[in-house]
Design a protein around this ligand. Structure first.
Ligand code: ADP
Ligand code: MG
Length: 250
């Protein structure tokens, strides 16, 4: 359904907090169906960029386009409806609800229907199917009826991913999805990311495990101090002296 060209285009984007230039003129394009890595040292502005692109914070300046359409100041709910899905560095689940109902709530967007009605099973048939499909995509079908708070930490992270996928976004933004995961779960995560990619969903992946980035990403943007330090293919970027210096202080 996505034509050629970028699904997400960010131009000269800035977000300042008082004197802090968290994002200070970033231009990048996520090509349709690609996995685009976003890396950089702690505090380089990656999460802020994602927060602006997903509509959580308005930008200080610059432009955002989604499938060619201007979406610069849409806000979170409208951005989600337009096709941008994201996960957070910190989990945002409803602990008392089952895995399945957590996905259902995500599917309905914020609060278009009162929660008790939602969880009473009034979801339509196609929504039920989308829910089950999202859980299957992340390998949580066996845990569908388990309360979110009773899931392991790793399973909770996969549930968050299922919630983001439930609406079949055009672009999925993942902010350090491997953080805190044990090695087997990191491998499982990489498998899920590949499956999402095979469905034609573009992915913007913030990740500091360089091996995960070079394994998965077609293209990588490197940020430092709110600005773009380098960009290119993963295998080239990770040998770039400027990137090595920013990471290792060489
Ligand atoms: P990264 O995700 O690359 O580690 P962040 O985007 O979280 O970087 O942070 C970039 C800079 O912006 C940091 O100096 C951080 O302290 C600052 N920052 C991020 N969010 C806020 C905020 N809501 N208010 C003030 N400063 C912020
Ligand atoms: Mg961050």
């Amino acid at each position: 359904e996505n034509g050629p060209g970028p699904v997400l285009a960010v131009k000269e984007l800035r977000r300042h907090f008082g004197g802090v230039r968290a994002v200070d003129g970033i231009t990048l394009q996520v090509e349709s169906g690609s996995i685009h890595g976003l890396i950089g040292p702690n505090g380089s502005g990656k999460s802020t960029l994602v927060n602006v692109v997903s509509g959580l914070y308005p930008p200080t300046g610059g432009e955002i386009r989604l499938q060619g359409a201007p979406v610069t100041r849409l806000g979170m709910v409208a951005m989600a409806r337009a096709g941008v899905a994201r996960t957070f560095q910190n989990l945002q689940l409803f602990g008392e609800l089952s895995a399945l109902d957590n996905v259902l709530v995500a599917l309905h967007g914020a609060f278009r229907m009162p929660l008790p009605l939602l969880v009473a099973g009034l979801g339509r048939k196609e929504e039920r199917r989308a829910q089950a499909d999202a859980l299957a995509l992340v390998g949580l079908e066996a845990e569908a009826r388990v309360r979110a708070r009773d899931l392991t930490y790793g399973a909770q992270r996969f549930l968050e991913l299922a919630r983001a996928l439930a609406r079949r976004p055009a672009v999925l933004i993942l902010d350090e999805p491997a953080a805190g995961l044990a090695h087997p779960d990191v491998l499982r995560l990489m498998g899920v990311i590949r499956k999402v990619h095979e469905r034609g969903i573009a992915i913007l992946l913030i990740e500091h495990h360089m091996d995960v980035v070079s394994e998965l990403c077609h293209y990588v943007t490197v940020m430092d101090g709110g600005r773009m330090l380098a960009e290119g293919r993963a295998q080239d970027v990770k040998r770039d002296p400027r990137v090595l210096e920013a990471y290792l202080g060489l």
